[in-house]
Design a protein around this ligand. Structure first.
Ligand code: 13P
Length: 250
């Protein structure tokens, strides 16, 4: 089964509109011949400017979160329609920073993913264990629970529009990467959870990224693993040259 790899930047809370324009203007020509799918998930305030620059390029536009309600009294939140109007194609849901600092649960991750899908926006669903969960041997249990939780009520027909990102929380922004074998092994566990839910064909087709201190130095080794279908890149997506070196890993 060949799956088109997807490498996406997650800018997190970085880049003003001015910085967004500078970064993307530099990045666009550098990655135009990429052999994988490329996306940048940018802060809400940068989406419009990024969308203008990315139109007609091979870089897809993404957001970093989405609310589940259509509209209403949810101060500070952004709806699927608002993102759709800006031609957002991907949205990150359930990032560990949202789970840790903003009370995101498996249930809210599921609601956000469903809201995105209902408007034709593709969720990048993040799962991953904390350091203490890894150390106490709970990694598999955690990622299976998070995967099962995220997919509640999602129709099999939608699976082609979903990407999963496995991000071990202890590897994010720390310079520590999971070994490629460990990452591959846990991604295989996640793939098996998808198989239990939807069958082998669906599991084989599901794109599952690795994320956590992925950079130009380790990308080739990680991408060589059979289960790893791309990357969700934080720090190394913030400079055009760095991100190019990840995207053009082969
Ligand atoms: P870093 O690449 O900075 O470790 O961040 C990974 C991440 O959280 C991407 O979503």
């Amino acid at each position: 089964m060949s799956r088109l790899p997807i490498i996406a930047g997650n800018w997190k809370m970085n880049n003003t509109i001015k910085e967004t324009k500078e970064l993307l203007t530099a990045l666009i020509p550098l990655v135009k011949d990429a052999k994988c799918e490329v996306a940048v998930c940018v802060p809400y305030t940068s989406i419009a400017a990024a969308g203008d620059l990315l139109r007609g390029t091979n870089i897809k536009l993404g957001a970093e979160n989405i609310h589940w309600a259509d509209k209403g009294a949810f101060t500070g939140e952004i709806s699927a329609d608002m993102l759709k109007e800006l031609n957002v194609e991907y949205v990150i849901v359930g990032h560990s920073e949202r789970r840790q600092y903003f009370g995101e649960t498996d249930e809210t991750v599921n609601k956000r993913a469903k809201a995105a899908l209902s408007k034709g926006i593709k969720p990048i669903i993040c799962v991953g264990e904390l350091l203490n969960e890894r150390e106490s041997g709970k990694t598999d249990e955690v990622v299976i629970r998070q995967t099962n939780g995220a997919f509640v009520g999602i129709d099999a027909a939608e699976l082609k529009n979903i990407v999963i990102a496995y991000e071990p929380v202890w590897a994010i922004g720390t310079g520590k990467t999971a070994t490629s074998e460990d990452a591959d092994k846990t991604i295989a566990v996640i793939r098996n959870a998808v198989k239990e839910l939807y069958g082998k064909g669906a599991a084989d087709a599901m794109r599952i990224q690795y994320g956590g201190s992925m950079n130009a130095k380790n990308v080739a080794e990680l991408m060589a693993m059979p289960n790893i279908d791309g990357g969700l890149i934080g720090g190394a997506s913030l400079k055009a040259e760095d991100f190019k070196n990840v995207v053009l890993y082969r």
